[in-house]
Design a protein around this ligand. Structure first.
Ligand code: URA
Length: 295
């Protein structure tokens, strides 16, 4: 690990790595049924990550024990690119998918699409939203990150990932030299906040799918990064166990897809940040391959 990598790891709240890897693996929690726990941070864990400085503090060695460099063997290495099994032949459409509606949405330009999202009433999530949250960023981005759905702050402000999880996502982007809005587009699987921040239902994801499809078609990214299970379901078309799907290259209509944990999951399970660092390194490697810059 060179000095630059060390600096970005610290900025992202990942250093020192030796400390991060001592916790009990919590991938099982991510793989638990969606209803087992809320998909947003608890107030206790949120408080611990209120700022990136606080995040760093929460994983730094206790006072008086200066950090020693990580043993080389424990530094996470990006795994080699491994192709995932292709998705099954498309599943029967969920009831809320209306083929005509989807076909019409597939013709919209950016302005029309965002307008349509803001006025959408295709599923019950519209009833309790303050506003729909279409997406944000560079319309010609090579990188597209897809989350789950807006939380309270996003619902208030109309922009994805502006709360606690968003600040962590910004740190994750910075760790691989990216910045919100610059060659990066950010969207969600569902555009309206699920009540009490619950995980969106499959039918709600399906109802929102034409919007995500159109966003992907308009951006035409080189790489899609699914943040958590609902996003990977929306992108890969089937439910994935994130722990098992990490480090694999999936594909969606010829666009590469990789998956990693959702930032909100990381707020609850900071010991898994090292895995996300590995996933981001893997994503960078896939991007290089996709853009012909070598791995
Ligand atoms: N979590 C998400 O998945 N998306 C957001 O926009 C905010 C939090």
């Amino acid at each position: 690990m060179n000095a630059w990598q060390g600096a970005v790891l610290r900025e992202m709240g990942l250093a020192p790595l030796w400390r991060l890897r001592t916790g009990k693996p919590a991938a099982e929690a991510e793989a638990a049924p969606a209803t087992a726990e809320p998909s947003r941070p608890t107030s206790a864990t949120s408080a611990a990550f209120a700022t990136s400085a606080a995040a760093r503090a929460s994983i730094s060695p206790s006072p008086g024990s200066p950090p020693s460099p990580p043993p080389r063997a424990q530094i996470p290495r990006p795994p080699a690119i491994q192709a995932a099994a292709p998705p099954p032949v498309s599943a029967p459409a969920a009831p809320m998918i209306d083929a005509e509606r989807a076909a019409r949405i597939a013709t919209l330009d950016w302005t029309q699409l965002e307008e349509e999202i803001r006025h959408c009433r295709a599923c019950p999530l519209c009833e309790r939203r303050q506003q729909a949250v279409p997406g944000v960023g560079d319309h010609a981005a090579q990188w597209m990150f897809v989350g789950e759905g807006p939380g309270a702050e996003e619902d208030q402000r109309g922009e994805p990932f502006v709360g606690q999880a968003g600040r962590l996502l910004d740190n994750m982007l910075a760790a691989i030299g990216l910045k919100r809005g610059e060659n990066v587009y950010i969207a969600n699987a569902v555009k309206c906040r699920p009540p009490h921040n619950r995980t969106p239902a499959e039918a709600e994801i399906a109802a929102c799918q034409p919007f995500l499809e159109r966003q992907i078609a308009l951006v035409a990214p080189r790489l899609l990064i699914a943040l958590g299970r609902p996003a990977s379901q929306a992108l890969v078309g089937r439910e994935l166990n994130i722990g098992a799907a990490r480090g694999k290259r999936f594909e969606r209509k010829e666009i590469a897809v990789v998956v990693t944990y959702h930032p909100a999951y990381l707020l609850r399970n900071p010991q898994d940040k090292g895995k996300v660092w590995e996933d981001l390194c893997f994503a960078r490697q896939v991007m290089k391959t996709e853009t012909g810059q070598g791995a």
